[in-house]
Design a binder for this molecule. Structure first.
Ligand code: ADP
Ligand code: MG
Length: 394
């Protein structure tokens, strides 16, 4: 790509030309497709990852209650109650035990997703689980060192996917354009993690300005005013990610937010122009949404505690609705309550729609988390029966 084109692409843009207006435009509701389209249906892919015991748990000699059989793709959780012990076994699409490495998860789960995104499919990867079980570790990783094109051992899904995308585009000398968005959802308010401070005197004001979720008139939604950054190199993209994460942390401190109660969605849209042998042109448009959900303990399932939490406004509506949407889809209900939360409105297409979906459920192996672990396993297992009907975006 010549430098003038690169410079042109570097411009920040809220209204790109030929690309779809926002990542969230959804063409039409897809639940009621004709039976003839059913051969296209693919199940939501559900992957389970169990982290190793942490130092405190090792020191406290906590009992292990989760065992993973990666070959059989089975996870067994033992529940200890007063005088009895019960084992429950769940089968997932893939299982990663405590010794699993970031590279392994990437190669087995995310690399095929990235290939399909480059073919023009839309994909969403969710990380779901209790706080402290490795959602952010899995999605972002730790100690990233992407400068000079190098990833470190602990780099997570996002930096690895970004590097792979650029490697492929560059090695194929593809004619492409790419844009990204990065938003946070906290207490049903959307904040743009990429927005730059435009004349506001205080960071506090800037962080308080929530964005509106609007209907697009075609059954989809879009976030009004969400910045779409045009990106042309992996380093630019890493810089954007760092900027977004820094903003998230500043907002946490300034507004007393709790990071375990917010959802973040990082999205990449890639348009690739392909020239056919007959001289015709084809534009493939792939999308990848990477979602780090609020800690699953924010659903608060137990009765009395739930009542109190409801009064205190502590229930995470988006997470609760996500669970209800999963249940409704799993049970083939006529009514799916997408509209009841911003998260499910934003990601509607990933649950029963045209976007392929992978859920990475994360759990702790410790007895201290046994209840939350079982509820994550149940939740994730239910999600396996959801069917999406993907189509290549052209
Ligand atoms: P969450 O985002 O779910 O709240 P984190 O990703 O912040 O959890 O992980 C909590 C801690 O556990 C971090 O210190 C992280 O390094 C560690 N951790 C999580 N998953 C793994 C894993 N699979 N292997 C090694 N350490 C992990
Ligand atoms: Mg986290």
């Amino acid at each position: 790509m010549d430098s003038s084109k690169k410079n042109q692409q570097k411009r920040r843009s809220s209204a790109p030309s030929s690309m779809p207006r926002t990542l969230w435009s959804i063409d039409s509701p897809t639940r009621d497709l004709e039976p003839s389209n059913d051969h296209k249906a693919v199940n939501v892919q559900v992957v389970l990852r169990c982290r190793p015991l942490n130092e405190d748990e090792i020191k406290a000699r906590t009992r292990l209650v989760v065992s993973c059989d990666e070959l059989k793709r089975e996870v067994t959780a033992t529940q200890y109650m007063a005088y009895k012990q019960t084992d429950r076994t769940f089968v997932f699409d893939k299982v990663f035990g405590p010794a699993s490495q970031q590279q392994e998860l990437y190669d087995n789960v995310v690399a095929p997703v990235v290939n399909e995104v480059l073919e023009g499919y839309s994909w969403t990867i969710f990380a779901y689980g209790q706080t402290g079980t490795g959602k952010t570790y899995t999605m972002e990783g730790e100690g990233r060192q992407e400068k000079n094109g190098k990833l470190c051992e602990n780099s997570g899904v996002i930096p690895r996917a970004v590097q792979k995308i650029f490697d492929v585009l560059e090695s194929e000398r593809a004619d492409y354009s790419m844009k990204v968005t990065f938003l946070e959802l906290y207490n049903e308010e959307i904040t743009d993690l990429l927005a730059v401070d435009k004349g506001s005197n205080s960071l506090h004001d800037e962080h308080k300005r929530p964005l509106l979720l609007m209907e697009d008139g075609k059954g989809g939604v879009f976030v009004r005013g969400l910045e779409e950054e045009i990106v042309s190199t992996a380093d630019e993209l890493y810089a954007i990610l760092d900027r977004g994460s820094a903003k998230k942390h500043t907002a946490e401190t300034l507004l007393n937010k709790q990071s375990n109660r917010s959802h973040s969605i990082f999205s990449i849209t890639i348009q690739i122009k392909q020239c056919n042998s007959d001289g015709s042109e084809l534009i493939k448009c792939g999308k990848l949404n990477l979602v780090d959900l609020a800690g699953s303990e924010n659903i608060l399932r137990s009765g009395a505690r739930q009542e109190r939490a409801r009064e205190a406004g502590e229930i995470n509506r988006s997470l609760l609705t996500l669970g209800r949407v999963i249940n409704a889809l799993a049970e083939n209900s006529v009514h799916v309550p997408y509209r009841e939360s911003k998260l499910t409105r934003l990601l509607r297409d990933s649950l029963g729609g045209k976007t392929k979906t992978c859920i990475i459920a994360t759990v702790s192996p410790s007895v201290l988390s046994q209840e939350e672990t079982l509820s994550t396993l149940d939740y994730a297992f239910r999600a396996k029966s959801i069917k999406n009907r993907p189509e290549v975006n052209r």
